[in-house]
Design a protein around this ligand. Sequence first.
Ligand code: 5AD
Ligand code: SF4
Length: 384
Amino acid sequence: MKVFLKNYGCQMNEHDSGRVKDLLASEGFCFTEEPGEADILLFNTCSVRRHAEERVFSRVSSLKALKERRPDIIFGILGCMAEALREDIFIKLPHVDFLCGPADLDKIPEIIKRVKSGGRHLIYVKARKSGKIPEFPDKRDVGRNAYVKIMEGCDNFCSYCVVPYVRGEERSRPSDKILKEIKDLADKGVTRITLLGQNVNSYGRGLKEKIDFSNLLKKIDRLLREIDKSARNLKIDFLTSHPKDAGLDLFKAMAMLESVSKKLHLPLQSGSSRILKKMNRGYTIGKYKKIVKDFRKIVKGSSLSTDLIVGFPGETRKDFNDTLKALKEILFDSAYIFKYSPRPFTAASKLKDDVPQKEKERRHSLLLETQKKILLSKIRNPSL
Ligand code: 5AD
Ligand code: SF4
């Protein structure tokens, strides 16, 4: 049977989609890039902003005719939208046969069997309760770069973010499993590994072993040195860090360990301490700047990227100007800028979404343009 699998969203989803492909390949399925050639159509979805959901609705709707022509075709919605929207998806997309949340992705072969023997509108969503991280076959289709998941879920409950509700509570994978996976990948010729977690800096919380993220990096670095003495050809990246947990231990490890990349993605979200408080981020702009100062002092040759949200409920012109000011002062190497989008279950969705769309767009463009100028001046003057 031929599978079409389309991924939406973040690196975590991209990784999940890759592992689902590996699992299906190990069960004898093959793949196609052409929806019209497929017997099974899977969409691994994202709920972080409404726009991401709308894209999925419109794509899956546009493929409805395939099912009308061949009712045996199977449609599955995977990932965060399955968790967030559940049976509502079947109201808008009745031709979808099943939903499968992020913590149930290892059950896809079983779900497909159930659909083939007549199951309709099946829902597999356990992320919020299960506490487990699905494990996939060791056999992987990889090139030079690969992701390794070190943790899943998030306990931070930033007030705008749906992630804790769709990916469940934070849980870490034991370090021996992570190290084994990295060793296997290095043996297969992978040279750059990106460790993934919603909040990598709190790695290890809740595990039986006593370990934190910097210690995990040290263990990985040691392993890579055993494989490649200089560790020059094997590099470790990681995503995403939270300013409230990133500190000197991490920066010292980044500076000291040759295999660890000097890139840090540290979402700021807003330059206004008042908005940061409403976002439940756990730091002020002053504290964030201090963290950046430490980072740049300790990690030489570093690069820093961030995420920013404009138009959070109650964001005044003054709050926005604080963000603009922070962007100009901190001089990030790159910045991902988003317009606030109210999400189900979240605390912020109970606040009035009171920044008009046009104003969100204006603020969004202004930050994008400012960041573009910063990049140009950084290229002209690399010492900035
Ligand atoms: N609206 C807009 N942007 C959001 N993000 C998360 N939730 C929302 C939302 N409701 C952004 C944050 C986060 C990035 C992955 O997506 O900036 O860091
Ligand atoms: Fe969402 Fe905040 Fe967790 Fe990031 S740290 S996934 S923004 S709740």
